[in-house]
Design a protein. Structure first.
Length: 50
């Protein structure tokens, strides 16, 4: 992966994260904090109990 590809990937990450959060929030309605915590645990390779 070239430096430019890494930069492009990092620039796209916030928009993709917001889109992912919005999709999860459609299933878990009204639990924004829970959605945030679930996404955080996924990103760090952890586990979540709902």
């Amino acid at each position: 992966m070239t430096d430019q590809q890494v930069i492009t990937t990092l620039e796209q990450a916030p928009a993709k994260l917001v889109a992912f959060k919005n999709e999860v929030a459609k299933v878990i309605v009204g639990q924004n904090e829970a959605v945030d915590l679930i996404i955080q645990s996924i990103l760090v390779g952890g586990h979540s109990l709902l």
